[in-house]
Design a protein around this ligand. Structure first.
Ligand code: ATP
Ligand code: MG
Length: 153
């Protein structure tokens, strides 16, 4: 994908940064003039992926979460949510509805990946045990007829 605009953001793996992450991504998307629904979809999916990085990737311990986002001239939006935490052994299994490894006091339904898949056009997960996880979320934002994003200089 050729981007006309890109951003990168690193932040501590703290629960209070979940809201920051989804607001940062929605702010970055604003030049695409997304609908409220498109914006809400992306924010929800980013929240799920960032929460997973913090809760599962780093098991609530210290770490850094990285967001890399970009969009193309025709409105294809992409964001990578990256952690260098514990990684996922079986990605297919992890993505099944209701599958969860959480057993603590926190209620986890195992629906995070299912939510991401329902709100985005594509969810691609790369992961290696012990090395970390990258979740790539992609969504086509519909541009208005008169809306042409400038080419990159
Ligand atoms: N970044 C990650 N690092 C390590 N494991 C992960 C990561 N993201 C997801 N997983 C694994 O995949 C499982 C399924 O994730 P999913 O988001 O679908 O459900 P959940 O987080 O367990 O529950 P919910 O999202 O409904 O609160 C998790 O329980 C966890 O084992
Ligand atoms: Mg989850």
């Amino acid at each position: 994908m050729t981007f006309v605009n890109e951003m990168r953001l690193d932040f501590d793996a703290l629960p209070e940064n979940e809201a920051f992450a989804r607001l940062a991504v929605s702010g970055f998307m604003l030049p695409l003039d997304p609908t409220m629904e498109e914006l809400a979809d992306v924010k929800t999916a980013v929240s799920e992926a960032v929460t997973n990085a913090i809760v599962h990737g780093y098991s609530g311990g210290p770490g850094t979460v990285r967001l890399c986002a970009g969009y193309s001239r025709n409105g294809d939006f992409q964001v990578d949510v990256i952690d260098h935490g514990r990684g996922i052994e079986d990605i297919r299994q992890a993505m099944q509805p209701f599958f969860t490894t959480a057993s603590g006091p926190e209620e986890r339904t195992g629906m995070g990946f299912t939510v991401m898949e329902s709100f985005m056009d594509d969810v691609d997960v790369r992961s290696k045990p012990g090395q970390g996880t990258t979740v790539r979320l992609t969504k086509r934002i519909r541009l208005r007829e008169d809306q042409m994003l400038p080419r990159r200089a």
